[in-house]
Write a protein that binds this ligand. Structure first.
Ligand code: AMP
Length: 171
């Protein structure tokens, strides 16, 4: 995993002073590394009867949709407000300053569906916790949550109340 780790670029002070942004584009641009990461993210959920993978906008789409295809599940986008064209359900959540909102199509998943949620980076866990709650509001079961990179020092994992998988952990 160290060679994968080396393909994640730290960008200091992006998008704001004090944030070290984990830039995954060098990893996405490397055919072999991208394939290995997708396989590592898909493996824990294979054979578990997952009906849908939910990807969180926007980098969660990049890894979530190929993981869905690998495990023969459907893909559901969870998006920022106003982006989805059909009837939506929404969940607001706290940010460091103020609140944000996520939306899903009201008919995207429902009772009897078995969902895995995928994102690129777990930081504070706020986005992930809101997405778990949103999918549960629709009546689906959330089997687990997977990310490419976990920022362990932020402790976000404590807010993810379902089985959690990370390919790379940064402390
Ligand atoms: P959080 O709600 O704090 O767990 O933040 C999760 C979302 O913000 C994820 O969708 C990430 O894409 C993004 N994010 C937060 N912090 C970082 C970071 N340091 N580097 C890259 N992406 C980040």
């Amino acid at each position: 995993m160290d060679d994968l780790r080396a393909l994640i670029r730290d960008v200091p002070d992006f998008p704001r002073p004090g944030i070290i942004f984990k830039d995954i584009t060098p990893l996405l641009g490397d055919a072999g590394a991208f394939d290995r990461v997708l396989e590592a993210m898909a493996k824990p959920w294979r054979g578990r009867g997952v009906s849908h993978v939910v990807g969180i906008e926007s980098r969660g789409f990049i890894v979530g949709s190929p993981v869905a295809a690998r495990i023969h599940a459907g893909f559901v986008p969870v998006r920022k407000p106003g982006k989805l064209p059909w009837n939506t359900v929404a969940k607001s959540y706290e940010l460091e300053y103020g609140t944000d909102r996520l939306e899903a199509h009201a008919d995207a998943v429902g009772p009897g569906d078995r969902v895995v949620i995928i994102d690129d980076v777990l930081a504070t866990g706020g986005t992930g916790a809101a997405t778990i709650s949103l999918i549960r509001d629709l009546g689906a079961e959330v089997l687990g949550f997977g990310v490419l990179v976990e920022l362990g020092f932020l402790g976000g994992r404590a807010r993810i109340t379902v089985p959690f998988e990370a390919v790379i952990r940064v402390d």
